[in-house]
Design a protein around this ligand. Structure first.
Ligand code: ADP
Length: 225
């Protein structure tokens, strides 16, 4: 627990230091408050607030206090909604976002907001790790393993994950590139939240990846039948 508090303090300190440093420099006239500067500070504040939201979700799940509102839902609808919301970001990054769904899918028992959050985290990782010219494909199909499960996948053609990091990426605060600046990456809790939310639904999540060969994240959800 002490480690977790130290980790959180560390994650909050970096973006706060950036905000503080820049605001002081503007106040003292060292840098001009151009709209570009303000945009970048706003971006920093936004990522701080996302981090605080994520930490809130994480602590709820870890305390076993997250209440899911599971109901019969159409996974295809959730996928379309989330992917459409991230289309602009994909375009800016020069990455094509492909959704590939069969004509009909079994309905799932899901808390749609939480599953949307799972997809957003996976897609935002895929976008961050896929260079321009690459692609991201989201699919859903009845699980080949079980008739009671739907299998969703998010595949990217990005940089991939080195074999030695693969066992740890779902651990909280684990990041492959430890040196990366906060503003260009996350705090290492996106995948922890993904795993917790999927498991809270009774599903499983896993990844197949190799350095240089892209990554595919899979998760399952229980169907209503
Ligand atoms: P972060 O906030 O750093 O993105 P996550 O928990 O979401 O944290 O991911 C943990 C680590 O897994 C990341 O630091 C990143 O290096 C790696 N990772 C996650 N998704 C991908 C991906 N699609 N491609 C390559 N690496 C990834």
């Amino acid at each position: 627990r002490r480690n977790m508090v130290a980790d959180i303090a560390h994650e909050l300190r970096t973006p706060l230091a950036v905000l503080q440093g820049n605001l002081e420099a503007m106040r003292d006239g060292v840098i001009k408050p151009t709209s570009q500067q303000l945009d970048s500070l706003h971006h920093e504040a936004q990522s701080l607030s996302r981090l605080v939201d994520d930490l809130g979700t994480l602590s709820l799940v870890e305390a076993g206090q997250l209440r899911l509102h599971q109901e019969a839902a159409d996974a295809g609808d959730i996928i379309w909604r989330v992917a459409t919301g991230m289309e602009a970001q994909a375009q800016r990054g020069g990455v094509s976002l492909v959704i590939s769904l069969p004509d009909s899918l079994p309905r799932v028992m899901a808390d749609t907001d939480r599953i949307a959050q799972v997809l957003r985290n996976l897609l935002s990782n895929a976008l961050r790790h896929t260079p321009p010219g690459g692609s991201i494909r989201v699919t859903a199909q009845p699980s080949p393993q079980s008739t009671k499960e739907l299998l969703v996948s998010v595949a990217d053609t990005g940089q991939g994950i080195p074999a030695q990091d693969l066992p740890y990426i779902f651990e909280r605060f684990y990041r492959v590139d430890r040196s990366r600046a906060r503003s260009t990456g996350g705090a290492g809790i996106g995948l922890t939240i993904v795993r917790q939310l999927v498991e809270a639904h009774g599903g499983k999540v896993w990844v197949e990846s190799a350095a240089g060969l892209g990554s595919t994240f899979y998760f399952t959800l229980p169907t209503t039948t």
